[in-house]
Design a protein around this ligand. Structure first.
Ligand code: SF4
Length: 476
């Protein structure tokens, strides 16, 4: 089950007493807004899209009547409980009735509890916004039937286990925690001997028509870890995640099977970075469904013939972690990319008709304001070739081997914190970076133009639809 999408629809279907004009209008127009978000023509106009998303989000926010808990399409926050505190997580499990999703999950999970025999529940927890509700759900299950066994995995659990070595369970709530891919450990737990290292994901029970998108988007990994694994301060490196690549034949078979079963509008290749070899294989075996994913800006992506083949294979957009427009900063980060190649890649992708979603990272220990201005100049110079931009401020992962010699302090309050605050060695701290981004970078007219296209809340998940539909109408 996908409790996230079911929970959002539970909130959207609740009766709502609107106390202001916007909420009342958004609630009355909700059916319409939900239709618009699924209508491909909405992705021709960012303003129509924004209005629909803002109205849906307004109803979600206002359907939680609490001074303490705030829920939006993209987040869940509780003024009293931190998702990074063990005590607060245990509180959320014990006081599950306080969670705004309690009426939904108590009913939904009770259905499973009718089953006779041994009961195992697995929770995949990937984001901080999911964790307090996941603990409330697990607390509810244990309260109703203390013999159920609970297994937790997913990206966030993996990060916690890698950074806090002693963490193996949460007494009375989670019985087993599984880091990394969970299929094989889960099979072992239920006494089934795994026959292969990777299995084709099964999406049979997912409520496909409930997702807020103009077609089904199917996630698929061709690898786990990262084939490059050298960027300094990257969490993948700090967590020493091993790299495993699924064979090209298995990827081809899996994608073809999923295409036949689900008929997706889009495949999201969720690798940290799709390897050049896998890209080459994708060009040879056409997926016949549009797809997008993360890549490193390597020289292969400057080859026009290669990019045309990639485009024919269905590639509509590539996400690129460019991070900085300064060669010095890229070198110090160990990105393994040179700025000239990055420039060629952006131009070549644009010319091939493949959308670009560029990620920039400010405030790394090697950056100064001058270097950040080099990034600004680079973006201005390449404005025509960048469809979407994501701006982030650097966080220092806990347990990073690179942190030696840098003064650090706890960044968030809580015993499960993932990042540390640090004193920037060149005085280019978070406050200065934020001020630069707000008052200089985002004020630049050409950059403002790119940022205006940013899809609210759904960001890169909806961006490919803008590329697909607006390129058909030649708008972007
Ligand atoms: S390419 Fe991305 S995932 Fe790989 S090491 Fe660099 S930052 Fe990390």
């Amino acid at each position: 089950m996908d409790a996230s999408v079911e929970g959002i629809h539970y909130l959207l279907n609740k009766p709502l007493k609107a106390t202001d004009k916007w909420t009342s209008k958004a609630f009355r127009g909700l059916k319409n807004a939900l239709q618009r978000i699924k209508d491909p023509s909405t992705y021709l106009n960012i303003d129509t899209y924004r209005r629909a998303v803002k109205d849906i989000n307004r109803v979600v926010e206002k359907s939680v009547e609490s001074d303490r808990i705030k829920v939006s399409l993209g987040d869940y926050t509780d003024k009293r409980l931190s998702p990074l505190s063990i005590n607060d997580l245990l509180y959320a499990a014990r006081h599950f009735q306080e969670n705004p999703f309690y009426p939904y999950f108590s009913k939904r999970l009770s259905g499973f509890l009718q089953h006779n025999g041994k009961l195992l529940f697995g929770f995949s927890i990937n984001y901080l916004s999911q964790v307090l509700t996941a603990f409330a759900m697990m607390g509810f299950l244990k309260n109703v039937n203390p013999t159920v066994e609970i297994i937790a995995g997913g990206g966030l659990i993996t990060s916690w286990m890698k950074r806090y070595k002693g963490l193996r369970c949460f007494q009375g709530v989670i019985d087993h925690m599984v880091p990394g891919p969970g299929e094989i450990p889960l099979l072992n737990m239920v006494g089934v001997k795994p026959e292969r290292a990777f299995y084709t994901p099964s999406f049979n029970n997912f409520p496909w028509d409930s997702y807020l998108s103009p077609g089904y988007v199917v996630p698929y990994n061709t690898s786990t870890g990262c084939y490059w694994r050298r960027c300094r301060f990257c969490p993948e490196v700090a967590e020493r995640t091993g790299y495993q690549q699924i064979t090209k034949d298995e990827v081809r078979e899996d994608l073809s099977k999923l295409r036949g079963e689900i008929n997706p509008a889009l495949f999201h290749i969720t690798d940290n970075a799709i390897s050049p070899n896998m890209l080459l294989s994708l060009t040879k075996n056409r997926i016949d469904t549009p797809w997008y994913g993360f890549v490193r800006p390597t020289k292969e992506l400057t080859d026009t013939a290669f990019l045309e083949a990639l485009k024919r294979s269905g590639c509509v957009m590539l996400k690129l972690g460019i991070e900085s427009g300064s060669q010095d900063v890229l070198d110090m980060m160990n990105k393994g990319c040179d700025i000239k190649t990055i420039s060629y890649v952006l131009k070549a992708l644009h010319n091939a008709g493949i959308g670009t979603y560029v990620y920039l990272l400010f405030g790394t220990p090697w950056e100064t304001e001058d270097k950040a201005r080099e990034t600004l100049d680079f973006v201005v110079e390449h404005e025509r070739f960048i469809d979407f931009l994501n701006l982030a401020i650097f966080n220092l992962p806990v347990n990073s081997g690179e942190a030696e010699g840098i003064y650090t302090d706890d960044f968030y309050e809580g015993d499960l914190t993932l990042y540390k605050d640090f004193k920037h060695p060149k005085g280019w701290g978070r406050k200065e970076v934020r001020s630069f981004l707000d008052n200089v970078f985002k004020k630049e007219p050409s950059i403002r133009g790119i940022l205006k296209r940013h899809p609210f809340f759904f960001s890169s998940n909806h961006a490919p639809f803008f590329v697909i539909h607006s390129r058909k109408g030649n708008v972007l």
